[in-house]
Design a protein around this ligand. Structure first.
Ligand code: NAP
Ligand code: ZN
Length: 349
């Protein structure tokens, strides 16, 4: 066992505090990673605020992890000491079910093991603790290579915000000749804009206001509209092949579904705790699809990292120290982040 520094909450609505946690001894297939940066995802906030149900404590969030391999097990072949690596939202899966065999480990039929707020069900049965910590031990097949050319700090958010938007963009065929809209210009939204633009799509941001318009256009959007303006919904009716909804709160889905063309699809990646509802007439009139998507598989996550390196893409980040996490959460709540907070783990002393 290795005792390492971390930041955790000890209960619902508690502030972050410094604690130590135990990381398991590395097994033959394990990699010990010295974490350099950890992104702050809105999912971390949903967990800490109890919006997704009951939690166990202490809770160490963090599933946008970038660091350096510092030790490897005797049978590790994919990584070596000194490699630049990342870990995303899951650290294991059954590896045998139909979905795992197709490289869709996020949809493991027996349940994958989440990086935190889960138990290590295919291993020692201990609670998993996330990336707001100095080190993590992960089985080698769930450790991604971060290509040279992407800085570790800007790579960290790719491990969740990047893959969560890349995967549906690929699945629903974003590319040249496709009109793609992104609802919400936050952590996921800004990556969706960059990625869809790099794939060659015509990209529209649908943000509540025009406050971030110049940023949006700089990130690669071709068009930018305020959804607080009712005229937007009239003007853009039946315009898009694909809409990616990244909003962390409840929105009126029917208004947005009306913006899809014939056969268009709206994919919800935003995951508010409360249910969303759809009027079926918003779908049947134009044979529209309303769908959801969860992160992405390991192979596709590596593909996304390579794509980002090739297109010189990383997240837009604001680096914070380990003692600024509570403040960062408050700012994310107010959409006052440009566009992802990333914790500098060197400050976690
Ligand atoms: P974020 O940085 O807070 O961005 C969310 C954006 O949604 C905000 O920037 C804001 O955009 C918009 N928004 C926020 N509150 C709103 C409201 N009340 N009404 C309308 N728009 C609102 O969050 P994130 O880290 O990108 O995460 C977004 C969501 O995706 C979260 O629910 C998270 O849990 C979920 N998620 C899902 C997956 C998955 O696998 N499906 C993976 C990661 C995260 P504007 O200011 O531009 O309007
Ligand atoms: Zn996330």
């Amino acid at each position: 066992m290795k005792t390492v520094n971390a930041r955790a909450v000890s209960g619902l609505n508690k502030s972050f505090e410094a604690i130590t946690i135990e990381r398991r001894d590395i097994g033959p297939k394990d990699v010990l990673i010295e974490i350099k940066y950890a992104g702050v995802c809105h999912s971390d906030i949903h967990h800490v605020r109890g919006e997704w149900g009951e939690e166990t404590y202490p809770l160490v969030p963090g599933h946008e992890i970038a660091g350096i391999v510092s030790e490897i097990g005797s049978n590790v072949t994919k990584h070596k000491v000194g490699d630049r690596v990342g870990v995303g939202c899951m650290v294991d899966s059954c590896g045998e079910c139909e979905n795992c065999l197709q490289g869709e480990e996020q949809y493991c039929l027996k349940g994958n093991t989440l990086t935190y707020a889960d138990t290590n069900k295919y291993g020692d049965g201990q609670p998993t603790q996330g990336g707001y910590s100095t080190h993590i031990v992960v089985t080698e097949s769930f450790v991604l290579r971060i290509p040279e050319g992407i800085e570790l700090a800007t790579a960290a958010p790719l491990l969740c915000a990047g893959i969560t938007t890349y995967s549906p963009l690929r699945h629903w065929g974003a590319g040249k000749g496709k009109n793609v809209a992104v609802i919400g210009l936050g952590g996921l939204g800004h990556m969706a804009v960059k990625l869809a633009h790099a794939m060659g799509a015509d990209v529209t941001v649908l943000s509540r206001t025009l406050d971030k318009k110049s940023d949006g256009l700089q990130l690669g959007a071709d068009n930018y509209y305020a959804t607080e303006d009712e005229a937007t919904f009239k003007k853009l009716a039946s315009s898009f092949d694909l809409i990616i909804n990244t909003v962390s709160a409840k929105v009126d889905l029917d208004s947005y579904l009306g913006l899809l063309k014939l056969n268009g699809a709206m994919v919800n990646v935003g995951a508010p705790g409360e249910p969303l509802s759809v009027n079926v007439f918003s779908l049947i009139g134009m044979r529209r699809t309303f769908a959801g998507s969860l992160i992405g598989g390991i192979a596709q996550t590596q593909e996304m990292l390579n794509f980002c390196a090739e297109h010189k893409l990383g997240a837009e980040i604001e680096i914070i120290s380990a003692d600024e996490i509570d403040e960062a959460y408050d700012r994310v709540d107010k959409s006052d982040v440009r566009y992802r907070f990333v914790i500098d783990i060197a400050t976690m002393v």
